[in-house]
Design a protein around this ligand. Structure first.
Ligand SMILES: NC(=O)C1=CN([C@@H]2O[C@H](COP(=O)(O)OP(=O)(O)OC[C@H]3O[C@@H](n4cnc5c(N)ncnc54)[C@H](OP(=O)(O)O)[C@@H]3O)[C@@H](O)[C@H]2O)C=CC1
Ligand SMILES: CC(=O)[C@@H](O)[C@H](O)COP(=O)(O)O
Ligand SMILES: [Mn+2]
Length: 388
């Protein structure tokens, strides 16, 4: 039986690579649903090629044009956020790939889990915002969450066959981003174009900025806590500029397992879609001789304060990780619009974490309200800053 796949965010970096994996393995997978936010040109192209049963465009304004472009195709067309939450529940879906960016992934992922759909999770923000609810609902509905994020896929791969063994610690590797070697003074002057040049990975704009600011690694620490049920002190970050070792697990006898390979997201995507069986692939193979030096160093949390902020949010819990995420989404958009400097981002995130109402035991509605409150506050902090 082929697995029927819904891809939320099929027009993005993870979405398009998921389609490449499906194209290479037509005997294993078929596309059931594709979705985008705005990019209907690519959505139309993907629809004609992969013949999904349904497509959704989140932005209502693009609906008419999408219907017109697909009028000769046998596909059902929907628009809006609510449609995303509904289509993931359909009986014809086996696995939902969450490849949307940011907070927008939360409710569709939750609805998919409540409907018993397995999740290939790329959208780490879902776990940052509401990891407790997501993991609890997954257990309740007997849903598996397969990590797509390269580091978490690495940990997941290292854990295969180790269910009897406790994890002592995990090490999440970080590339260090394009600004790893800059001084604090140099960091003051970096531009959007500089920040968008990731040394090893080609990704969407938002995660690329998060990698440069190391918020991505902070999010991944929180993501790891929920995926692998770890305490903060069991999660370490180690900078590894070559991005070849994707992460490591240390067991209680001191033994370490690492997962390695060239930086290519198709591998973790394919592993998540076909777990537990590995499929053959044409992906380029790693050659040790091309990498005579694999290096490791301590992250600099004085220079990259976001990482420390994320650990703080994880330690304090409650709605603080949700505040961290919402504030970060707002500052990243402002940085991409060149309204604030790169170094302003952690200041604004920290101020938001201090000022938004803290809720110790949030329920879903609290997360929704916290997200709104934080966006308003962080936006007003940005406005105040530009007036001064
Ligand atoms: N790219 C990578 O290598 C990795 C990404 N991830 C995670 O995967 C997720 C996706 O990242 P990436 O593929 O890089 O992102 P992209 O920006 O490349 O793609 C995002 C996708 O989500 C859609 N989208 C954006 N906003 C909304 C919204 N409000 N509602 C519905 N759909 C929306 C976009 O549609 P449109 O094209 O129409 O704008 C697009 O299809 C992120 O959470 C990221 O952290 C994790 C590990 C690696
Ligand atoms: C490909 C992937 O998983 C990204 O999350 C990647 O890890 C980003 O690189 P950084 O290590 O620079 O954050
Ligand atoms: Mn990652």
């Amino acid at each position: 039986m082929k697995k029927r796949i819904a891809i939320l965010g099929s027009t993005g970096s993870i979405g398009t690579q998921t389609l490449e994996v499906i194209e290479e393995n037509p005997e294993h997978f078929e596309v059931e649903i594709l979705t985008a936010n705005n990019n209907i040109d690519l959505l139309v192209e993907q629809t004609k090629k992969f013949q999904p049963n349904m497509v959704v465009v989140a932005n209502h304004c693009r609906y008419k044009a999408l219907c017109e472009a697909l009028k000769d195709e046998p596909v059902k067309i929907f628009a809006g956020k609510e449609a995303l939450e509904q289509v993931v529940q359909l009986e014809t879906v086996d696995v939902v790939v969450t490849a949307m960016v940011g907070y927008s992934g939360l409710l569709p992922t939750l609805k998919a889990i409540e409907a018993g759909k397995h999740i290939a999770l790329a959208n780490k923000e879902t776990l940052v915002v509401a990891g407790e609810i997501i993991t609890r609902e997954a257990v309740k509905n007997k849903v598996n969450i397969y990590p797509v994020d390269s580091e978490h896929s690495a940990i997941f791969q290292c854990l295969a066959g180790e269910h009897m063994n406790e994890i002592e610690k995990i090490y999440l590797t970080a590339s260090g981003g394009p600004f790893r070697s800059l001084t604090e003074e140099q960091l003051q002057k970096v531009t959007k174009a500089d920040a968008l040049k990731h040394p090893n990975w080609e990704m969407g704009a938002k995660i690329t900025i998060d990698s440069a600011s190391m918020m991505n690694k902070g999010f991944e620490v929180i993501e790891a806590k929920w995926l692998f049920d770890l305490k903060p002190e069991q999660i370490d970050v180690i900078v590894h500029p070559q991005s070849i070792v994707h992460s490591m697990v240390q067991f209680r006898d001191g033994s370490m397992k690492a997962q390695m390979g060239l930086p290519d997201m198709k591998l973790p995507i394919q592993y998540a879609l076909n777990f537990p069986k590995r499929l053959p692939s044409s992906f380029e193979r790693f050659n040790f001789l091309n990498y005579p030096k694999l290096t490791f160093e301590q992250p600099n949390t004085k220079k990259f304060r976001n990482l420390a902020l994320a650990y703080e949010a994880l330690e304090q819990g409650g709605n603080l990780p949700c505040i961290l995420n919402a504030a970060n989404e707002v500052v990243v958009q402002a940085f991409l619009k060149e309204k604030i400097r790169f170094v302003d981002m952690p200041d604004l995130v920290e101020a938001s974490m201090q000022q938004v109402t803290f809720i110790k035991d949030p329920v879903l509605d609290d997360y929704i309200q916290t997200d709104k409150e934080t966006r308003l506050l962080t936006s007003s902090l940005i406005k105040q800053r530009s007036k001064n």
